[in-house]
Design a protein around this ligand. Sequence first.
Ligand code: TYD
Length: 221
Amino acid sequence: MPGIFISFEGGEGAGKSTQIQRLRDKLASKGIEAITTREPGGSQGAELIREVLLSGAAKGYGVTAEAVLFAAARADHIDTLIKPALDDDKWVLCDRFADSSRVYQGESGVPPQTVEALQQVAIAGHNPDMTLLINVTPEVGLARVSKRTAPVEFDGPDRFETDTLETHRRRQEMFLDMARNEPDRIVVIDGDQSQDKVTEDIWQAVQSRFEEQIKQDTARP
Ligand code: TYD
């Protein structure tokens, strides 16, 4: 049976990266190997495109070109990392995926049908088995981002972190709308809670959705 593909989504400061590491560790404690990765980036080609996108260098080309670049990065990421890992029975935990394009590029004015067409080309059917939407109130998320002590990649906030509070609020609504439309895939986790409670809720959701697979993978020699 191929591995399980889980994407993590949410606004700025939702705590996705911490939660992804924690889920990977929890799975490892059950003998299940999970690869953690991120978008934009995750593979050699896609990391080059990440730099162009998040430094703001691509901003001048317009929002459609940005959407195409996110999709190009995604195609490389799937071909060279995600698909081979799933084929090798590994779980893949990905920090952001196509829903981020639907929300961020959609919110910046790219028509939904354009974003969707790009995803069809880039993803070619490799949709996540589950998406964990860590729903954080924008004010809470942004306050966390401003307190970050981790080294910054681009000498200050990235291309999308400087957007207005209104923009962050619209994105949150778009994520929640998507979750309402696809309740079988997208699970909403309350990201305003303590990190430990978020970890607990995530494990609950993953365990109940993939109970059978976890049992089988744990039993595998
Ligand atoms: P990153 O530094 O990885 O931050 P975060 O902690 O917020 O995930 O930045 C990724 C940024 O790129 C983030 O602001 C969202 C944006 N983005 C898009 O606009 N479209 C996409 O398809 C993806 C994957 C990310």
